[in-house]
Design a protein. Structure first.
Length: 344
């Protein structure tokens, strides 16, 4: 991630200072902001070349050459939306601004279509027995069930690698040898894979006590039975900007009621809603945890991340809810698995 302060300059800056900012960021652009970090414009290396060719000097102010009309997106913009904008307008960079116009980030084409290495580690929970999918899971771990010809766990690993996550831990227990033999050290998937071997069920948080050391950056934890295209980069940025101890990925789950629903008060019908659909905000089984939280996890005891969250609530600490707008599906039950496989 490009530190925004490295490429941010003031409107009073010179062309030389703009060039220095572009050099620091190595992303061919400098962003012009006011004293409140509101984005005023931008200047690219191409703008500077044209300015110099027209007779400007390095000590001239950049203001006459900066672009005051620019494309920007809000922090909620998804990866596919940003990529479409870049392609439509032939852009390699798009600033991210909040509702007040304040600069909060920068999307880079190379990051969206490539994989910029991130320092964050990921832990995938893959040790459960998958009781609800028996007898299918009598001989194979649930995360190794195939959807469209590929194990679910492989899809998760490749998705993380695509977002630049290079160190991945897989928490294993039930039929762990199948997972370990398939993934090995992760080299053929473009990452380093290590295993947290549970000798007993430790829950979504308990297995984190098996990490060989504490990470330096927010730790991504997710269930191993998810089919999802969630934006890892946006979630990390959301977590960091919000200064949260825990960020939970949340998803809108819709449930249709097959009957007419009556609104009644004192035996009197006030209204009727015919077969309404009710929306619930649900836990998507994807978390970002600050490294300091690992000190609160007991060793060799079953412990769940929701329990850790309850402790944070009791302390009055900040927890964030990151809305997943992309595809998401939990295949923990037969009907979800059939749906994922295209079986109605």
């Amino acid at each position: 991630m490009i530190p925004i302060k490295e490429i941010s300059i003031k409107q009073s800056a010179t062309i030389r200072e703009a060039m220095e900012a572009i050099q620091r960021g190595a992303c061919w652009i400098a962003l012009v902001v006011d004293n409140n970090s509101k984005l005023l414009g931008l200047i690219t290396d191409g703008d500077i070349r044209r300015a110099l060719l027209s007779g400007a000097t390095l000590n001239d102010p950049l203001e006459p050459y900066m672009q005051r009309k620019f494309t920007a997106v809000p922090p909620t913009a998804g990866r596919s939306e940003v990529l479409d904008l870049m392609r439509a307008r032939s852009l390699n960079q798009i600033p991210i601004v909040d509702q007040t116009g304040k600069l909060v980030g920068l999307h880079l084409m190379r990051e969206i279509i490539g994989a910029v290495r991130r320092p964050n580690w990921a832990v995938i929970m893959a040790g459960g027995r998958g009781e609800r999918l028996r007898p299918l899971t009598d001989s194979i771990p649930k995360p190794m069930i195939k959807v469209a010809g590929r194990p679910i766990l492989e899809r998760i690993v490749l998705h993380l690698v695509g977002y630049g996550i290079r160190r991945i831990f897989i928490s294993v227990n039930y039929l762990s040898q199948i997972i370990e033999e398939y993934f090995g050290d992760g080299a053929r998937f473009g990452c380093d894979i290590e295993y947290l071997r549970e000798t007993q069920a430790l829950g979504t948080a308990g297995s984190l006590s098996l990490l060989p050391q504490k990470p330096q950056d927010p730790l991504l934890v997710l269930n191993g039975d998810l089919l999802t295209q969630f934006d890892v980069g946006n979630m990390i940025a959301f977590h960091t900007q919000g200064h949260y101890l825990v960020t939970v990925g949340v998803y809108q789950y819709f449930q249709s009621v097959p009957f007419g629903v009556l609104d009644i008060e004192d035996n009197r019908i006030l209204g009727i809603r015919e077969k309404p659909t009710i929306a619930y905000t649900t836990n998507a089984g994807i978390y970002l945890l600050e490294p300091s939280l690992l000190d609160r996890i007991p060793k060799d005891v079953e412990f769940a991340i929701p329990s850790l969250m309850e402790e944070c609530f009791s302390r009055g600490e900040a927890l964030g809810a990151f809305r997943i707008e992309e595809d998401w599906m939990d295949i923990g039950r037969p009907q979800e698995l059939q749906h994922a496989r295209g079986i109605q």
